[in-house]
Design a protein around this ligand. Structure first.
Ligand SMILES: Nc1nc2c(c(=O)[nH]1)N[C@H]1C(S)=C(S)[C@@H](COP(=O)(O)OP(=O)(O)OC[C@H]3O[C@@H](n4cnc5c(N)ncnc54)[C@H](O)[C@@H]3O)O[C@H]1N2
Ligand code: MOO
Length: 601
């Protein structure tokens, strides 16, 4: 290989490098690629983001190759290998007509920059947001416990050294919310003379010891039982849950059925074709077929008694004297669906607790159901709190758009709930009390007001109403102030934090398992996938990180994952569950798949 080779096709577009190429970047790229190549020649394998193509050409991405493949282990390359550097996945240079912007992978801006080796702190990567997982820097959102970059081992060390505080170099303990918040049992030092608007109420904060994330999910899953059952026509059952198993009312198929258009034949051929009309689907009684005879038959028609097979129309010819000849060997039972092949009367087809999908409706209909017994969808009301929230138009004068109202309803429906109302209440404590007293839904979801700010009324209101707090704060980032309460009348309330990504974390941590329990569905089977990159962890809390699934099934963490951000989430397929201490590249993570209510694949 020669340096000339490396220089000859830098852009991978067949053109010599142009003057506007980033020369420093190319030089770095060349040096790095040569080092990698030497490594590959020694049989050391190729690290992520580099590809050795079968022809021996070395593909290299010095900018960002979001889908860089791991080709390791790679056989040693012969010294004679022709090497050319190519940028993989670079955006085309032609601007989009009219916009001046280059077309690009919509995900590219969300992906972690190549070579960072860590999920970036959005503060450092120029997002203008000092939030999210810090990478060696402080976190203005008090997430200073996020372990520093540098691999899982280092994170584990950081976690061990400072289980409740910041990892080394990641900020000051004073910025940790847990440290800043007084314990729930502290007396009210604020004094009763202060107005509710200026002072957090005593005990209106998350407790000193938040519930670990896995335990919080279990509490939510065990907090409620089914709401009751009812019989509904199968046309209305979609999205509800089978209260009793679906048992086959008949054999399926319920008669020996022709799988093809052709002839029902009896015994070995040739056969004499009789019965002018043939047998159509839906015919009641049919005459038996004697050996050596055939009759035309349609797909789905009853196979006559005595028939031994069906000969497809394209596999037989009828001679001038009505003799049917087979052009292929016909085996016994060929193209006949025997009665009971799929199920026999009394077989349990689906267990109680099955979510009724279109396919379940089809199966129920196929085996004779007009009605099914279901657990109805839990009824849910969403109360959006916050005077600062606008329902329409541009954010202005310190006011922002309500991002949760539009998001929660569709996701709740996808989780099996019936959303009866989404109400915007503002920040009046009395409005919240009134709405809770008036509500009759199985579950109330509130957004905002869970923390200790002057207008955070959720805790005090729950206390006034005599609610029982089942979960009061969860060791998860974002979303740690989330809570689950049982109201006096046995209904439930999930309090979601106001920061939008934190609210989504609460939705999938507490509301999703509770909705399953209310609907009588068993807890979701956890699904797991490997992460393609290091994902830093919090020192003591679980992190929920927006990820996309690559085509090979590995997960790529996305940027813009700060608690107040939605940009990463909007590009995500799932939330990866990152345990305290973080994940190394290749580690398996539990995955909370984000439902797609719009039906997109
Ligand atoms: N002293 C402390 N302050 C805060 C702590 C803490 O531990 N100690 N935790 C922070 C964290 S973390 C979160 S999360 C929030 C939770 O606060 P609340 O649940 O009380 O929510 P709000 O204060 O009402 O709002 C927080 C934030 O989110 C915006 N927001 C609210 N609702 C919406 C909506 N529907 N759409 C878009 N944005 C919304 C709101 O304007 C605030 O910016 O508390 C921290 N503080
Ligand atoms: O980080 Mo907060 O936990 O946004 O919910």
């Amino acid at each position: 290989m020669s340096a000339g080779d490396a220089d000859s096709d830098r852009d991978g577009d067949g053109r010599p490098a142009s003057a506007d190429d980033d020369r420093a970047g190319l030089d770095r790229a060349t040096a790095e690629a040569l080092a990698l190549l030497a490594d590959a020649r020694r049989g050391g394998g190729v690290r992520p983001r580099y590809r050795v193509r079968p022809a021996g050409r070395f593909d290299f991405d010095f900018a960002a190759d979001p889908f860089g493949e791991v080709s390791s282990p790679t056989p040693p390359l012969p010294d004679s290998t022709d090497v050319r550097l190519r940028r993989v996945g670079a955006a085309p240079r032609t601007p989009l007509a009219g916009t001046g912007a280059a077309p690009q992978d919509p995900l590219a801006p969300l992906l972690v920059p190549a070579g960072s080796g860590v999920l970036p702190g959005d503060a450092r990567s120029g997002d203008g947001q000092a939030e999210g997982a810090a990478v060696g820097g402080g976190d203005a959102d008090g997430d200073a416990g996020t372990a520093a970059a540098g691999g899982a081992a280092e994170q584990a060390d950081a976690a061990a050294a400072a289980p409740d505080g910041p990892a080394s170099g990641t900020g000051s303990a004073a910025s940790e919310p847990d440290d800043a918040v007084p314990p729930a049992s502290e007396p009210d030092r604020a004094g009763s003379a202060r107005s509710a608007r200026s002072v957090p109420e005593p005990g209106s904060v998350s407790p000193e010891r938040p519930t670990p994330w896995p335990a919080a999910r279990e509490v939510a899953a065990g907090a409620a039982g089914v709401l009751g059952v009812r019989d509904v026509g199968i046309g209305e059952a979609l999205g509800q849950t089978l209260a009793v198993g679906l048992t086959a009312l008949v054999d399926l198929p319920s008669f020996d059925t022709s799988a093809m258009d052709g002839w029902a034949v009896a015994g070995p051929g040739p056969w004499r074709v009789g019965g002018d009309e043939g047998i159509l689907a839906g015919r009641g009684s049919i005459a038996p077929l004697a050996d050596g005879h055939a009759v035309r038959i349609a797909t789905g028609a009853r196979v006559p008694p005595g028939a031994t097979a069906v000969l497809r129309s394209e596999h037989g010819t009828v001679g001038p004297h009505g003799e049917l000849q087979a052009q292929r060997r016909v085996t016994h039972g060929q193209d006949v669906r025997p009665r009971g092949q799929e199920c026999q009367k009394g077989d349990e087809l689906l267990p109680a607790g099955t979510f009724v999908t279109p396919a379940v409706l089809g199966l129920a209909a196929a085996c004779g159901y007009d009605q099914v017994r279901v657990v109805p969808r839990p009824r849910v009301e969403v109360l959006v709190l916050g005077d600062e929230l606008l329902r329409e138009g541009l954010p202005h004068d310190g006011r922002i758009r309500d991002a949760l109202g539009p998001m929660l309803g569709p996701w709740l429906e996808a989780l099996g709930a019936e959303v009866v109302a989404t109400r915007r209440l503002g920040d009046e404590a009395s409005a919240l009390s009134g709405a809770l007293e008036a509500s009759d839904t199985d579950l109330v979801l509130t957004t905002g007001g869970t923390a200790a700010g002057p207008v955070d009324h959720v805790h005090p209101t729950l206390r006034r109403l005599g609610a029982e707090l089942l979960v009061d704060g969860v060791a998860v980032r974002p979303g740690h102030p989330m809570l689950l309460a049982r109201l006096g009348d046995g209904r439930h309330l999930v309090g979601l934090p106001g920061n939008p990504l934190a609210a989504v974390a609460g939705l999938f941590t507490l509301a999703a398992p509770l909705l399953r329990a209310l609907a009588g569905r068993p807890a979701a089977q956890p699904s797991w996938a490997q992460v393609a990159e290091v994902v830093p962890g919090h020192a003591s809390s679980t992190r929920l990180v927006p990820v996309v699934r690559r085509s090979d099934g590995w997960l790529l963490p996305l940027r813009f994952h700060g608690p107040a951000m939605l940009r990463g989430l909007a590009g995500a397929d799932a939330l990866a569950v990152v345990p305290p201490g973080g994940l190394a590249a290749g580690d398996a993570a539990e995955v909370l798949v984000l439902p797609r209510p719009g039906g997109a694949p």
